[in-house]
Design a protein around this ligand. Structure first.
Ligand SMILES: [Zn+2]
Length: 263
C-alpha cells in the first residue's frame, strides 16, 4: 500500500486538518518525493512550525506569511538537511527558538499546550514525532506513505529501535498520520502493520543470503538490492548493515573479518 499524490503547488498553504496547514518545499528528489512538507500547527500562542525544510528563502517566506508574520517556535523532527537546513534562517526572520535537529535546543525543553513529543529513533537517532491531539501524529521521516524509510546502521540509525518505534506508534492507535513527504496516511493501523511486516520480510530475506561460508557486505548488498544508481548505493549499504546488525542481535548472524555468515 502506498499513499501518492500529484505534484502539489509549491509554497501554497494546504489545510490538511483542523488547525493544521501543509506547505510543500521545492526540493523534489529520490529521497524527498515532491519535496519536504513543512507543517504549521495552531497553538494558543500562534502557529508552531515543524520541519522548515531546505534553506529556500521563497519557501521560508511563504511559511512565515502563512503564520501571520511570526511563530512562537520552530521544531525539527531530526537533523537531516531536507528538514533542518532552513531552521536557522527562519529563526532569524521570525526571532523564534529552534528545537530539535543538530543545531536546535534539546527537544525535551520544548513545551506547547496540546502538543506532545514522541521519541522515534531508527531512521536517525534523534528522530521525534509530534502528537497534535485528536488522534493525529506528525511523523517526519519515521513513517511515510510514498516510500520505505531508510534505516541506516549504527551510529546513524538502528533497526531494532526503528521496529520498536513503529510498534509504539501502532499501539497508540492514531487515526491519521501526516509525514514529511507525501500525502496524509488515512489508515495508519493497516499501514504501519504493513510496514512492520515488510521490514521483517526483508530481514528474513537478508538472513536467507547468509551461508556457512563468509560473504562480504558488498556481495550481500548486490544480491539483495541488485543494480542501482550510485546515488542510492550508500543508502543501500547502510540499510543492509542495519539488518545484519539486527540479525546479529537475534543470534542469527555472525560478523567476522571476511564478512558475515549464518549462525
Ligand atoms: Zn531524514
Amino acid at each position: 500500500m502506498k499513499y501518492l499524490e500529484p505534484t502539489p503547488e509549491y509554497g501554497r498553504t494546504i489545510v490538511e486538518s483542523e488547525g493544521l496547514i501543509r506547505i510543500v518545499a521545492r526540493n523534489p528528489g529520490p529521497m524527498t518525493y515532491h519535496g519536504t512538507n513543512t507543517w504549521l500547527i495552531d497553538t494558543p500562542e500562534g502557529k508552531v512550525v515543524l520541519d522548515p525544510g531546505p534553506d529556500d528563502p521563497e519557501h521560508l517566506r511563504a511559511v512565515l506569511d502563512a503564520c501571520g508574520g511570526g511563530t512562537p517556535a520552530i521544531f525539527v523532527t531530526h537533523w537531516h538537511h531536507d528538514h533542518e537546513a532552513g531552521a536557522a534562517t527562519l529563526a532569524r526572520m521570525s526571532g523564534a527558538t529552534v528545537y530539535g535537529g543538530a543545531h536546535g535546543l534539546d527537544v525535551d525543553t520544548f513545551h506547547a499546550p496540546g502538543l506532545r513529543l514522541v521519541k522515534t529513533p531508527g531512521h536517525s537517532m534523534d528522530h521525534v514525532c509530534l502528537d497534535i491531539g485528536g488522534g493525529r501524529l506528525l511523523s517526519g521521516d519515521h513513517i511515510m506513505g510514498w516510500s520505505t524509510t531508510v534505516v541506516p546502521r549504527s551510529p546513524h540509525g538502528d533497526m531494532r529501535l526503528y521496529l520498536d518505534s513503529l510498534q509504539s506508534v501502532l499501539s497508540a492507535g492514531y487515526e491519521a498520520i501526516f509525514s514529511a513527504h507525501g500525502p496524509t496516511i488515512t489508515e495508519p493501523e493497516a499501514f504501519v502493520q504493513g510496514l512492520i511486516r515488510a521490514r521483517q520480510r526483508k530481514i528474513q530475506q537478508t538472513r536467507g543470503l547468509l551461508t556457512q561460508d563468509w560473504r562480504s557486505e558488498e556481495a550481500l548488498r548486490d544480491e539483495l538490492y541488485g543494480a542501482m544508481p550510485d546515488k542510492l548505493r550508500r543508502a543501500s549499504a547502510e540499510m543492509l548493515g542495519a539488518m545484519l546488525d539486527e540479525l546479529e542481535l537475534r543470534g542469527e548472524a555472525e560478523r567476522g573479518d571476511r564478512g558475515w555468515r549464518v549462525r
